[in-house]
Design a binder for this molecule. Structure first.
Ligand SMILES: C[S@@+](CC[C@H](N)C(=O)[O-])C[C@H]1O[C@@H](n2cnc3c(N)ncnc32)[C@H](O)[C@@H]1O
Length: 227
């Protein structure tokens, strides 16, 4: 079935958040990076300013600027309301309040929208979705997946997760995924099976602490290395 814009709640993070979520270091900044499920994050646009080479892939990129802008306007008040109702589930350290967080997200999404048309023309925003990506084997040094895999464990089953991570491993020599929690803050039900399947493939899978925590307990990423 075709991807529906109504299925997406656009909510984009920043370059600095990606740096923290994925422990990106100076060496990583010179690697070719795939951001999978980047949606309306400003990661790609801000990376460009810092000459970091990022291609973002997301089914959201089938849609136009006005369509995405309208979807953001329609959904942001609901997300803000949910955050206010569940504020106790989050760590208010980097962001001091819901208003602070919403302002940062809206700014990130404005930066994304401002870059989207030019970035699409340059091939930096590619409309596609896991578990099938339109890239040759080993196109990228590093694939990052923020707030899609594991987070939506209820919506996507174990087999989807295994196929999706294998696909990321096909197109990149290293894969990092954050967070490892589901939306309700519990550890993803698919984590053991994905770890076992990838290890059985001969890949090295590690769970590593990172310097980022917004969902309480969400301070770890998965790193998968080929072979
Ligand atoms: C919560 S957003 C995260 C956006 C961004 N990564 C960030 O951290 O700010 C989840 C994103 O996953 C995308 N998505 C949904 N299904 C997908 C799929 N099958 N493959 C890749 N991305 C998908 C959505 O369109 C959405 O942009």
């Amino acid at each position: 079935m075709a991807f529906q814009l109504a299925e997406v709640v656009p909510w984009g993070r920043t370059f600095n958040e990606y740096v923290a979520m994925f422990s990106l270091d100076a060496a990583d900044r010179s690697r070719s990076i795939l951001g999978c499920g980047d949606g309306p994050a400003s990661f790609n646009a801000e990376a460009l300013q810092q000459t970091v080479k990022v291609v973002s892939v997301d089914p959201l990129y089938e849609f136009s600027v006005p369509q995405i802008r309208k979807r953001i306007a329609d959904t942001a008040p609901t997300v803000a309301g949910q955050l206010r109702s569940n504020a106790g589930d989050f760590v208010w350290q980097h962001f001091k309040s819901v208003d602070d967080l919403v302002a940062a997200r809206m700014q990130a999404m404005q930066i994304f929208l401002g870059d989207y048309v030019e970035g699409t023309a340059q091939g930096r925003y590619v409309p596609a979705q896991l578990p099938d990506l339109p890239f040759f084997d080993a196109t990228f040094d590093l694939a990052l997946c923020s707030h899609f895999l594991f987070l939506y464990s209820e919506q996507h089953d174990t087999q989807f997760h295994i196929s999706a991570v294998r696909e990321l491993c096909r197109v990149a020599s290293e894969v990092r995924i954050f967070p490892l929690l589901e939306l309700d803050g519990t550890s993803s039900r698919h984590l053991p099976a994905v770890t076992d399947a990838l290890s059985a493939d001969g890949r090295t899978v590690t769970i590593e602490p990172v310097n980022y925590e917004f969902q309480k307990g969400g301070d770890k990423m998965m790193r998968v290395l080929s072979g």
